[in-house]
Design a binder for this molecule. Structure first.
Ligand code: PHE
Length: 502
């Protein structure tokens, strides 16, 4: 005797009704069971060798929105020919269009197909004449009604004629073909014998109710066994985007290290983005190549006159800083131009213009923009992690220590610091990390101590440690991805698979 549960029996009966072989979808329809229930039953039934499960890649045919409309009301040419025949076989175009209630956009289509299908001809430009008294339903219309009824069919369920109709209706953009993996169940010989003998449905109790217990009926009831080790259906609860998680993590680390977060606008004046950082107005980084300048409004306002004058002098001749400056005529107009900020150093310098008393430890994790080609390693908008430390006797070593601690929290231990150049820091360095998987050193951030040419105009009398670097690089290492576009692609599968960061 083969013991079968209710759902297994229902599945078998549905299969019998469907001639012993059917797709899971059709079994669902015929049995009224849920997808998961059929799949579970199929598993047990195939273990008992009563059914076989096949997986097939198949082309699934489905109606487009327009296709659905025509499936409901009839093809435009059918509606038109019906109207012509109803009007006695010959009638003015305008009148039959109106009679058929045809939308304007379907009129040329209907006329074209009346002609191609040889259903009607145009006479004297204004009139339509039906070729026959009655026009039988054609294959394309049969296909439409099959799809209307079933929602979708697989291509190989259709005969040759209907398959040809698929091609025609696809050309008319009334249906779409998509690749799907279709699961199909088939009764084995044993399964067939069993259903022939007649499978009886014994109803099972899946929940012990108070009634069953009180009435004592539980004694006779067939109680359903549960497999507590079976995997439940996957569920995808809402979660924070992996990139946001890395941003949060970076924020938390700096907060734990005693830093305060600052934020600033995405649009800045060139003054804060460049001039205050002692970048000459003809510096190549300012060129259109890298910087997005705003067309409207073009210009913003400069800060108070004393700060502007000090910056101007420093650029021109070094002012009181002991430097010779860049030796050109500084233009306030150039400094007023609005840019999408190219780095968040614009925010730390602006912060310094308003906060001069140490100790200061601030950071930001925020968006910046550069006119760069989008590739696997660059995007035109990205995040920077930025910060400054101001205190009496701080040196570059303190910054190296802080950054080492920060990166170690991301599991990056082989971090090296190399000398390099930035127009606003001296000394300047660059932090890199060795990535064994890529067998390369990867740039993490730029850093240094702000030059006197930067500090003096802001009225800062203490050493300032500054750094700034990309966040996406860090995110890519953390998340194990090699293409930065992955972070912005909204690939749902990847977002679901990516675990919350530890
Ligand atoms: N602003 C630099 C960049 O965008 C990084 C940097 C910040 C370097 C602060 C030195 C000091 O690459």
């Amino acid at each position: 005797m083969i013991e079968l549960r209710e759902n297994e029996q229902k599945t078998l009966l549905a299969l019998k009704k469907l001639d012993g072989k059917a797709t899971v979808d059709r079994i669902i329809e015929a049995s009224g069971l849920a997808h998961a229930a059929v799949m579970r039953a199929a598993l047990t039934l195939s273990e008992k060798k009563l059914v076989e499960m096949h997986e097939q890649k198949q082309k699934v045919v489905e109606l487009t929105a327009e296709g659905k409309q025509h499936a409901l009301y009839g093809l435009p040419e059918r509606r038109l020919i019906n109207a012509i025949i109803d009007s006695g076989g010959k009638a003015p175009i305008k009148a039959v269009v109106q009679k058929a209630g045809l939308e304007e956009r379907f009129v040329p289509i209907a006329l074209g197909w009346l002609h191609r299908k040889l259903w009607a001809t145009v006479e004297g430009k204004q009139f339509l004449r039906a070729q026959r008294k009655e026009i039988p339903v054609e294959t394309d219309e049969k296909l439409l009604s099959i799809l209307k009824e079933r929602g979708s069919v697989t291509l190989d369920q259709l005969g040759k004629n209907l398959q040809d109709a698929v091609a025609v209706l696809k050309g008319r953009k009334l249906l779409e073909l998509t690749d799907k993996t279709v699961r199909e169940l088939q009764l084995t010989d044993t399964g067939l014998q069993l259903v022939r003998k007649g499978v009886e449905i014994v109803s099972e109790v899946s929940q012990l109710t108070p009634e069953l217990i009180i009435s004592g009926k539980w004694r006779e009831a067939k109680i359903r066994k549960f497999d507590v080790t079976a995997a439940g259906p996957e569920s995808y609860p809402a979660k924070i985007h992996p990139l946001q998680q890395v941003i949060q993590k970076a924020r938390e680390i700096f907060l734990e290290l005693g830093f305060t977060e600052i934020r600033g606008p995405l649009v800045e004046t060139a003054f804060w983005n460049f001039d205050a950082l002692f970048q000459p107005q003809d510096h190549p980084a300012r060129e259109m190549m890298d910087t997005f300048y705003l067309a409207n409004p073009k210009a913003g306002t400069l800060p108070k006159r004393s700060v502007v004058n000090a910056v101007a002098r420093t650029h021109e001749n070094g002012w009181t800083t002991g430097s010779k400056g860049w030796g050109y005529r500084w233009s306030p107009e150039e400094a007023k131009r609005l840019v999408m900020r190219t780095h968040t150093t614009a925010e730390t310098i602006k912060y310094l213009s308003r906060h001069k008393t140490p100790p200061i430890k601030v950071f930001s994790v925020d968006r910046v923009y550069r006119n760069e080609q989008v590739t696997y390693k660059n995007t035109a908008e990205f995040f920077q992690i930025e910060g400054i430390v101001v205190d009496k006797d701080v040196t570059l070593r303190d910054l190296i220590g802080t950054l080492k601690t920060f990166y170690a929290r991301f599991g990056l231990r082989k971090v090296r610091f190399w000398p390099c150049y930035f127009p606003y820091t001296e000394p300047s360095a660059e932090a890199t990390v060795y990535v064994p998987k890529l067998k390369r050193w990867i740039e993490l951030c730029g850093m240094g101590m702000f030059r006197p040419e930067v500090l003096a105009p802001m009225g800062i009398k203490y050493p300032v440690l500054a750094w700034g670097g990309g966040l996406e690089r860090l995110a890519m290492l953390e998340l194990g991805i090699e293409d930065i576009r992955q972070l912005y692609g909204n690939n749902l599968g990847w977002i679901r698979r990516t675990p919350m960061c530890q």
